[in-house]
Design a protein around this ligand. Sequence first.
Ligand SMILES: [Mg+2]
Length: 276
Amino acid sequence: MFKPSIVIDIDETLISNKLYDINLIHNWFNSDPENFNIILDNNPELKNIDIQTMKVVPEPDKLYLTHFIFDNNLYIIMMRPFLKEFILSVNTYFNVYVYSLGTFSYIKYITEAIIKLIGFNPFICIMSNPDSDIREYIKKISKLDLDFSNILIIDDRIDVWVSDSHRLYQISKYSQPYVYNPNYRRKFELSEFLNQTNSNQNPKSSTDPASTDPASTDPASTEPTPTEQIQPKYLLSSDTELKKLILALNAYFCKYPNQIFNIYIFRSIIREIEED
Ligand SMILES: [Mg+2]
């Protein structure tokens, strides 16, 4: 059967990762167990770690995909909602390619977990950077052996697709809030983290009139709670992005089966879904 090709990114498109410096986890655990428990409360994926082996026992029904140790970091990989349904759907309509700027070993962990999740290997080709220091920082369709005229690219970044961005559907980023991310050098001091946690746990003062009148139309009463404020907004809409793409693909291929893929029509179908 005639099939167009789809080229899909990994990081912040299909999955998000959290990484924790192993030495830091040990330090936290050994130096201050009480505060470590607060950190665990706010990073539930760390809760099920065997501190000696760094093995994670996943909780069922959560978005946990896999974990591994790489470059002395513990990586915990969370899948985007509807990941399995999305891969099954694109596999119906497309020849499926993965294209990531992540290193070979890192991407292998993730693609193997996706293959295990869906029960077969849907990927014709998995393109990544080598594990060596020689890396590419842009993506080119010409690196893949596929029909140039008939491609859809799904990626959260447009800047890496220098000459192929017209074939791209740019998906919103899927990421998790961090307590600590050594790679981005965003080192929360423990005290800073605890302050943030405490302020989020303090309810509004009961002497505030807006908080005592449930029918109040005072704008202050509609302000987001502190918990909502610390959630980046894109996390909410990004949770349904893959479902939206599945709906759009079904609608598109119902109407235009066996034709050269037209990204402009596809984008217009997505806009229609967003407006509904
Ligand atoms: Mg990405």
